[in-house]
Design a protein around this ligand. Structure first.
Ligand SMILES: [Zn+2]
Length: 216
């Protein structure tokens, strides 16, 4: 009997997929793929251009929580599989610099979730940053997260290559982590970041500022 391929997320049969999904050997059914609402957008934050693929809400937030907090590493391919070819094409000559997790979170999960998610894009990834304390960002308030720069360090033993450098992370909540990481390597030029999703609150703040700027 032939094995029936099942959706990685909902476990239903994979017989309903779009041609595009079939071509990219997508592990999700059409319904799960659509529910993630992956769409590429950019946002300029100070000197950092952030490219993101969705909003941290609804089904995408739920799937990300299951992946990170329920240690479901098998889900690693579902998030970026729709855009991995685009990423590979645009960043093939770059090096990705991964945002760090606290050692406690890393130990709990047993895998570096950002690296696992991005490695399917085929771009070299450098794990060059470290989070000094075990402050859990999930529990930190929105304001408190802006103090994150105090706990991020560049690992001593890592050599950062002279290539185009791109920061990578799963969620941008306030942008403070990315800006702090950019500051840690300010002697190198790094003006771009790639993230799976951003917090809707951050996007709302950003839109408000942009509108204000347009009016005056
Ligand atoms: Zn599904």
């Amino acid at each position: 009997m032939p094995t029936i391929r099942k959706c990685l997320y909902c476990q239903k049969s994979l017989h309903k997929q779009s041609l595009m999904q079939y071509m990219m050997n997508d592990a999700l059914c059409l319904s799960c793929r659509r529910s993630l609402k992956i769409k590429r957008k950019t946002l300029q934050m100070k000197s950092l251009k952030i490219t993101y693929f969705g909003l941290y809400e609804h089904d995408l937030a739920e799937a990300l929580l299951q992946y990170k907090e329920c240690m479901d590493e098998a889900l690693k391919e579902m998030f970026l599989s729709e855009v991995k070819d685009w990423i590979r094409f645009h960043y093939h000559n770059c090096v990705f610099l991964c945002a760090p997790s606290s050692s406690k979170a890393l130990e709990r999960r047993g895998f570096q979730h950002v690296i696992s998610m991005f490695e399917q894009c085929g771009v070299p990834i450098l794990d060059c940053f470290e989070k000094k304390t075990d402050t859990d960002q999930k529990q930190a308030s929105f304001q408190k997260r802006s103090e994150i720069s105090d706990v991020l360090v560049l690992k001593q033993e890592v050599d950062i290559p002279d290539k185009r450098l791109i920061l990578i992370d799963d969620i941008v909540t306030t942008g403070s982590t990315l800006l702090a990481l950019q500051n840690l390597i300010k002697d190198k030029e790094c003006t771009e970041a790639l993230c799976l999703c951003i917090h809707p609150k951050l996007l709302a703040e950003y839109d408000k500022k942009r509108r204000r700027f347009c009016i005056y």
